[in-house]
Ligand binder design. Sequence first.
Ligand SMILES: NC(=O)c1ccc[n+]([C@@H]2O[C@H](COP(=O)([O-])OP(=O)(O)OC[C@H]3O[C@@H](n4cnc5c(N)ncnc54)[C@H](OP(=O)(O)O)[C@@H]3O)[C@@H](O)[C@H]2O)c1
Length: 330
Amino acid sequence: MRAARCEEYGGPENVVIRDIPSPEIIPGHVLVDVAAAAVNYPDLLLIANKYQVSAPLPFTPGSEFAGQVAAVGEGVTGLSAGDLVYGSNFNGAMAEQVLVPARAVAPVPPGLSLTEAAGFRVTYLTAYHSLVTAGGLRPGQWVVVLGAAGGVGTATVDVAVRLGARVIAAASSPERLKVCAALGAEAGIDYVNEDLKQRIREITGASADPGEGADLVIDPVGDRWAEPALRAIRWGGRFVTVGYAGGDIPRIPLNIVLLKNITVRGVDLRMWTQLLPEETARALQALTQLVAGGMRPAVSEVHDLADVGTALRRVAHRLPTGKVVIRLKP
Ligand SMILES: NC(=O)c1ccc[n+]([C@@H]2O[C@H](COP(=O)([O-])OP(=O)(O)OC[C@H]3O[C@@H](n4cnc5c(N)ncnc54)[C@H](OP(=O)(O)O)[C@@H]3O)[C@@H](O)[C@H]2O)c1
């Protein structure tokens, strides 16, 4: 089968297309004919060997996909060959076939194309867990989403708006903020050119009253933006750290957390999926209902497998909005 392969750690140019043997079905697993796989920022970290966990060389990148079940292993129930599924895994998705534990896939929610489904699970589950499971979001609350025009960002804006939140999107240009406004964000902040903390306080109408400000911040960017966003949270608010696309992992003065009685939580989808199966099932069910109500992932680019390097480079250079998808089947 054809697969993208990382044979040496480094940048997107190190990912090449190779013919490799198809995986063999094993108990408890499903073999999926991949129709499409999505690019996520962590793919770049894995290729560069800068992710929290290393992938031994050589490996096939890609942590989410959609396609058709080709074979089911012994002991798997509820799935059969021919089913359309979407799923996520540590890596291996950017190939014509992927072998994953059966719990890593679910039926494609009615209404989603395979291209959309490929870019759904990682970002929308991360968004839902960040907003609801960790963030305790309630309708009418002010939510600040950093990196709001990216994959996790657009999903977070989308879910938050649909759950009745008032969303403040932060992104690096007015054009990128337009994408967030189209998803229903009530306000936008160009965090490269505007004072993030000041603007959040203005938009939420915060005065000197400590009970005023943002209720919840979802942060997939970190770096120099985490602290001003944290400082704009109201007394008793919440901050969810999701990733560090900005480069640096921020060090936050803990006295802000103390003085404002802020709850800081982290979401790591890989571990949450393994260790919190009930919460994951609840989140997927809620997301399926939102899809039935018209929610669709913001797929902005589709590239052929042969152009995987271009797709990865565009994400590395912060160019796309929403999701970038790799097509495995015409
Ligand atoms: N915790 C989890 O389980 C989990 C799951 C998925 C992803 N993540 C993390 O969440 C973050 C976002 O992932 P994603 O797949 O949504 O990525 P993405 O689509 O590339 O979005 C990242 C966004 O971050 C912003 N950004 C700011 N500084 C940047 C920089 N120096 N380089 C690149 N982007 C920069 C960009 O928006 P602007 O240009 O508008 O600032 C970009 O849209 C990553 O750190 C990823 O590792 C975590």
